[in-house]
Design a protein around this ligand. Structure first.
Ligand code: RB5
Length: 158
C-alpha cells in the first residue's frame, strides 16, 4: 500500500498502541471502539512504567502498512512522538488530531490510516469523538484528493 489508495473491507479492524502515558486513555478507547463495533488488536503497552513510544508506533504502523489492519490508533503523552515515528513507515499516513473536525478531515482529505492522540492534552470524551469521526468518515476518492495523497506517498521514497 505505497500509493494513496485506501482499502475498504466489510468489517474494519484497528491496531491500537500506546506508551506509558497513554495506558488509561487506550483502555477507554478500546471500550469505545467495542461500542462502535470495531474489532481492535491491542499491541500494548499495558504497563505504566516508562517505555519508548517508537516501539509501539512501529508495531501498529507496520500492521497497517502490511494490511493486517485497516487503520491504527496510537496514544502517547502528546501524540507527537507517535505520529513522527509512524510516518516513517512506508504506506502510513499518520495524523495527530486534537479536534473532531481534524479527525474527519484527516480521513476525508488526507486518507490518514493512523490516528494519533495525546493523552496529556485530550480528555476521554473529546478523544472518543475524535475516534468516532476517524472510524466513521470515509476517504474522499475525488481525483484531486487522491492526487495529493499520491504525492505524499511519493515523498516516502526519498
Ligand atoms: C513520555 O514522557 C512522552 O515523551 C511521550 O508520551 C510522548 O508525549 C512523546 O511524544
Amino acid at each position: 500500500m505505497l500509493d494513496g489508495t485506501v482499502r475498504v473491507r466489510a468489517q474494519m479492524t484497528i491496531a491500537v498502541g500506546n506508551d506509558h502515558a497513554g495506558v488509561d486513555l487506550k483502555l477507554a478507547m478500546l471500550e469505545h471502539l467495542a461500542e462502535l463495533g470495531v474489532e481492535a488488536e491491542d499491541f500494548g503497552t499495558g504497563e505504566r512504567t516508562s517505555c519508548d513510544y517508537p516501539d509501539f508506533a512501529e508495531k501498529v504502523a507496520r500492521s497497517v502498512a502490511d494490511g493486517t489492519h485497516d487503520i491504527g490508533l496510537l496514544i502517547c503523552g502528546t501524540g507527537l512522538g507517535m505520529s513522527m515515528a509512524a510516518n516513517k513507515v512506508n504506506g502510513v499516513r499518520a495524523a495527530l488530531c486534537c479536534f473532531e473536525y481534524c479527525a474527519r478531515m484527516a480521513r476525508e482529505h488526507n486518507g490518514a490510516n493512523v490516528l494519533c492522540i495525546g493523552a496529556r492534552v485530550t480528555g476521554p470524551d473529546v478523544a472518543a469523538a475524535i475516534v468516532t469521526a476517524f472510524v466513521q468518515t470515509p476517504v474522499n476518492d475525488e481525483e484531486r484528493h487522491a492526487r495529493r495523497r499520491d504525492k505524499i506517498m511519493a515523498l516516502q521514497g526519498d
